[in-house]
Design a binder for this molecule. Sequence first.
Ligand code: COA
Length: 258
Amino acid sequence: MENVRTENRDGILWITIDRPKVLNALNAKTVEEIAEAFAAAKRDDSVLAVIITGAGEKAFVAGADINELAKMTPVAGKFVSEQGQNVFLQIERFPKPVIAAINGFALGGGCELALACHIRIASEKAQIGLPEVTLGIIPGYGGTQRMARLVGKAKAFELICTGDRIGAADAEKIGLVNRVVPADELLSVAEELAKKIASRSPVAVRAAMEAINHGADMPFEEGQLLEATLFGLLCATEDMKEGMAAFLEKRPAKFPGR
Ligand code: COA
């Protein structure tokens, strides 16, 4: 891959968007490579969690590549938007936890990429926003939908219609990021969190994510039914037996992931 680096460190897959000269802007190739990285990680049982971040000091991802956007026809625009939406949906529906480590600018497509992740940790230096209306377009990789669902319609209207970016502390206040940490601690905090999740029962984590993800788009009672069904299913797993036995025997659990 040209623009995306991947490294599996002890079951945590690091995906780094690596085009620092253009602040890691997402051209078509980079979006394709992100999709490839996730497709490979899905097949790889040794991957227990993913952390996605940007190369360099300055940016997570400063948006879709404006050089490409500037030349786009309406038909190409719809296609590119749908493609990006599909890739980011693949991330949201990824069966293992995906953490965005937001190390700087997360603008436009970069903000949308972070929104598609399950957990967002931001460095104090992060600046987050959806500036598309300043370019005469709107967010096209799911941003209008995910931002409104995450922070509520009023804040989404304000952020998307002004195009203003906000700092990490304000992003935390509105629930746009889970946590803000000093810049030099960002990667270690993200790694610690990924490792903690990876130490839990993988089948239980997967079921919990499925319940949260699918339940969010269902009426409450159907969501509860999904929860009860997954709960029942987990009672048949080796992980459940091990988790319960470990508690009763006062020892740490060693989950087989089955
Ligand atoms: N697409 C293509 N190139 C981009 C880019 C993008 N989204 N964002 C930054 N770059 C390029 C700049 O053109 C510049 O290239 P150059 O060195 O050849 O001139 C380089 O990255 C560095 O950016 P620069 O603007 O000089 O840095 P800055 O610190 O002054 O400003 C930003 C940083 C993020 C505020 C500014 O780059 C910016 O507003 N970027 C666009 C953000 C955006 O609108 N994203 C949504 C797109 S839909």
